[in-house]
Design a protein around this ligand. Structure first.
Ligand code: PEP
Ligand code: MN
Length: 360
């Protein structure tokens, strides 16, 4: 259930409500309200409550209303917010902020996030940043802290990488997204990044999810699907961030593990329309990590937009064959330009704005 708190509730009424919730939920977790769209709400599993507790709750002076939500995830559920969420990203970027998710009139204008897998050095990042901007991307990606399978692979430039991303933002005006791997680094990454990325390997790193909820100044967070996570596990991971205080979460499908090594992962595109039914959060697709092959990235980008994705995240490198990380799946500027063009055309077609008058 989701409890909305009356905006005029007195501090005594609020304290009384929180004390009651602590008792009836047997202090399973610290209960703090989250502000979503200007409303203070508290979510809990109503199944834990007996009838008497439920009645008592509804009688509290601080309670405006109690909305039952049957799914295990509550605040991210579409039933809580049928109209869908859009997220403003890029408040650090001086006027180049972008809206991710459905616009107020329901039109789709998918956001293109592009850049190298890893920030390798100043020259590489600034060159790629210029080139993704020229190709029409709206957000720059680049890993400073890299989760690598082998401890002997390039691990990223860490803090120096964050500084270079800030410089690239300054130069191009593009907001930047970068991965945070440790709860203790959320505040530092928040100083530099317009969007925090939580990678696949950390989708269920619960202390990290809580830190991204509490310590990120509500900076947008892109939560990538775990390597073998179910949709429900993924939505519950997003719920951790929202319940901890940050409602600005978007999901990113990046392929799931399967048996065939021909592609790096299997892109689960059916999750896109399904997620739009289950949750109000925007959905981004990453065809680069999903396929692991640059020759598949363009067609899977088109397919993602056709499936209703709110955006794409793409790996781009000026010299993919010499990239320190994920060169095999990295595209070049020219390919990105073609994807941006197709994305715009397809979005217009999906919104019914395409001119078909030439068709006899
Ligand atoms: C990435 O996008 O840099 C990355 C490491 O991807 P994933 O977490 O999806 O493997
Ligand atoms: Mn990568």
């Amino acid at each position: 259930m989701i409890i909305s708190i009356r905006s005029q509730a007195s501090s005594e009424e609020r304290a009384q409500l929180l004390a009651l919730l602590g008792r009836i939920t047997h202090h399973q977790r610290p209960i703090t309200p989250t502000t979503i769209d200007g409303r203070e709400v508290i979510a809990l599993d109503g199944g834990q409550l007996d009838t008497q507790a439920g009645l008592l709750l509804r009688q509290q002076g601080a309670v405006e209303r109690v909305v039952p939500v049957k799914t295990p995830y509550k605040l991210v559920s579409r039933s809580f917010k049928p109209e869908g969420s859009s997220i403003l990203a890029g408040t650090l970027s001086g006027g180049n902020a972008v809206t991710i998710g459905r616009t107020a009139n329901g039109a789709s204008s998918p956001v293109i996030i592009a850049g190298p897998c890893a920030v390798e050095n100043r020259e590489q990042l600034l060159l790629t940043a210029k080139s993704v901007k020229a190709a029409g991307a709206q957000v720059l990606r680049g890993g400073a802290f890299k989760p690598r399978t082998s401890p002997y692979q390039f691990q990223g430039l860490a803090l120096e990488g964050l500084r270079l991303l800030a410089e690239a933002r300054e130069m191009t005006g593009l907001p930047v997204i970068t991965e945070v791997m440790e709860p203790g680094l959320v505040e530092t990454v928040t100083e530099y990044a317009d969007i925090l990325q939580i990678g696949s390997r950390n989708m269920q790193n619960f202390p990290l999810l809580l830190a991204a909820g509490r310590n990120s100044q509500r900076r947008p967070v892109m939560l990538k699907r775990g390597l073998a996570a179910t949709i429900e596990e993924w939505l519950l991971a997003a719920e951790y961030i929202v319940a901890a205080g940050n409602p600005n979460v978007m999901l990113c499908e990046r392929g799931i593990r399967s048996f065939d090594p021909q592609t790096r992962n299997v892109l689960d595109l059916s999750c896109v329309p399904l997620l739009h039914e289950l949750t109000h959060l925007p959905v981004i697709v990453d065809p680069s990590h999903a396929t692991g092959r640059r020759e598949l990235v363009h067609s899977m980008s088109r397919a993602s937009i056709a499936a209703g994705a709110d955006g794409l995240i793409l790996e781009v490198h000026s010299d993919p064959n010499n990239a320190l990380c994920d060169g095999r799946q990295s595209i070049i500027e020219e390919q990105l330009r073609a994807i941006v063009r197709d994305t715009r055309l397809m979005a217009q077609m999906i919104d019914g704005k395409m001119d078909f008058s030439y068709v006899a």
